[in-house]
Design a protein around this ligand. Sequence first.
Ligand SMILES: Nc1ncnc2c1ncn2[C@@H]1O[C@H](COP(=O)(O)OP(=O)(O)OP(=O)(O)O)[C@@H](O)[C@H]1O
Ligand code: SF4
Ligand SMILES: [Mg+2]
Length: 342
Amino acid sequence: MTSTTPSSDAVLDVQNLVKHFPLTTGIVFKRHVGSVQAVDGVSFELRKGETLGVVGESGCGKSTLAKLLMRLEEPTSGRVMYNGENIYDLRGKALREMRRKIQIVFQDPYSSLNPRMTVGDIVGEPYEIHPEAAPKGQRRAKVQELLDIVGLNPEHINRYPHQFSGGQRQRIGIARGLALRPDVIICDEPVSALDVSVQAQVVNLLESLQDEFGLSYIFIAHDLSVVRHISDRVAVMYLGRVAEIGSDAQIYEKPTHPYTQALLSAVPVPDPSVRGQRQQILLSGDVPSPASPPSGCRFRTRCWKATDLCAEQTPELVVRPGSDHESACHYADVREDVVVHH
Ligand SMILES: Nc1ncnc2c1ncn2[C@@H]1O[C@H](COP(=O)(O)OP(=O)(O)OP(=O)(O)O)[C@@H](O)[C@H]1O
Ligand code: SF4
Ligand SMILES: [Mg+2]
């Protein structure tokens, strides 16, 4: 529902993407009793060489969106344009090529790595699936080069995942993601399972790889403070939709959507002298079920500004008067008393 036309440097152009999972009851006679609206009309573009952060609470559809962008899930409707083609229309060779060029790095570096495979086999596995990417005789050297690139010792190629720390295992996952020289890497909470001190190292690694290989990233996290450092732009999701999207500065310094404002107000501030000047917004109630989302604006059951209009009309994601970026709120208004100043 964005009003913008894709810029020429868009790598991915996501258009009104919808994924509803059927809800069924019964074991033998499955009856369709509704649907989980995991992703419901998401549009944005990912530009070449940029990092788009995607944030939102648990269950708002971030991982479903990630899987849709990789075509690990088929959408209910909508399109994802990559190199001028809708990825859901691709077949055969073109589909294989897309699968090389769009890679994913998962949250949990342990469960996403097969414990019975050596690091060399894990990082080299994409070459088994895409043998054209590296001749057999060169694979070991390529894997060792990848280990070196992500800051691991190439001599540890025969070790197993349990012989590495959490941060090192995430580096293994990143090396595997790089093996096929992708254009785009979808990072689904890549540092959420790591210690804070290790998070920064992995984020720094991702940033240096981005510069070196001209990668574009979708960087998913549930926490606004984690994506701030790495993102050029940020999309805030709520219950399957984008609430607000803009540059780093627009989202963190001039938030206009009440949900973004509430998330920002909850970001802890280490410096006590600035703490007192910030407003804390405590949201009442829980996130509604995506199987029966509220009518109109999905945030209205927790929004202190909600009116009848919010229940009747779905707010479109558009640039509103007095603001310079897109917000899906009828009453979008810049609020600076929740902002974390650096
Ligand atoms: N295969 C599936 N079948 C049915 N419902 C699903 C399926 N996958 C996800 N869902 C539902 O879709 C919604 C969005 O889930 P998703 O995993 O995308 O959220 P998320 O934002 O990644 O959450 P988290 O922060 O916890 O990882 C949830 O309500 C989830 O239960
Ligand atoms: S549209 Fe209404 S309910 Fe939704 S965020 Fe804006 S004010 Fe709140
Ligand atoms: Mg998830």
